[in-house]
Design a protein around this ligand. Structure first.
Ligand SMILES: [Zn+2]
Length: 221
């Protein structure tokens, strides 16, 4: 009964989510298999509720500490985000911290989807990424990357409803003035929402993606 109450509380809390944490079956000697369970901490639940309010579809994930500066705390697996008129699909995005997911949801809708319609005349339908969590250092340093705590996401390309694919690699300095303007516009809008934004203008390691991270103070390159 207690487990059912937890499950229903999670269901009520997460409202618009596509998935909810699974309740664990009571431990008995006859039980040979059980699903993993967890109850998000109060501060995590607040973010999950805010993310649900954006109408993102996601699954909350249990915290994991991998050691060596790598961990996943209060992370979610995003299935999709909500644009102005339609859902926005996500490609290749692994676990990301909930506050980062919430900021990504706002940028995708109000920064990217609207810029796509205003500048390119077609709404956004899909965002391609190179993932979120990765236990690694900042390239060329011995310092852990924000990716090592699921606090950064690398965005590589945008698919529009008319089929166009605008990639950072080909579009940033590409032949189309409209696509260049679209990419510089969404880069600028990312700088208003994220603490650190790194793109092709920063260095060659970022020629094919925008690195978006909450931490930092208006570091926009
Ligand atoms: Zn990155």
């Amino acid at each position: 009964m207690r487990y059912r109450a937890i499950f229903l509380a999670s269901l009520a809390l997460l409202g618009g989510c596509s998935a909810v944490p699974q309740a664990r079956a009571p431990q008995k000697s006859t039980v040979t298999r059980s699903t993993q369970t967890f109850t998000p901490r109060p501060e995590a639940r607040q973010c999950l509720a805010s993310l649900g309010a954006t109408r993102a579809a996601f699954t909350p994930l249990p915290d994991q500490n991998y050691g060596a500066g790598c961990s996943r705390v209060n992370t979610v697996q995003l299935a999709s985000l909500q644009g102005d008129q339609a859902r926005l699909a996500l490609a290749n995005l692994g676990p990301v911290a909930c506050p980062l997911a919430e900021t990504l949801a706002g940028w995708a809708r109000f920064g990217v989807d609207r810029a796509a319609r205003q500048i390119l005349g077609s709404p956004l339908v899909r965002i391609e990424t190179m993932g979120g969590y990765a236990c690694r250092n900042v390239a060329g340093t011995s310092r852990r990357s924000a990716h090592a705590t699921a606090n950064a996401v690398d965005v590589t390309a945008f698919i529009l409803a008319d089929g166009r694919r605008i990639s950072v690699l080909n579009g940033w300095s590409g032949a189309s003035a409209a696509e260049r303007r679209f990419l510089t516009t969404i880069h600028a809008s990312a700088c208003k929402r994220f603490g650190t934004v790194l793109g092709p203008a920063y260095n060659a390691a970022h020629r094919d993606h925008l690195h978006l991270e909450l931490s930092g103070s208006a570091f926009c390159r």
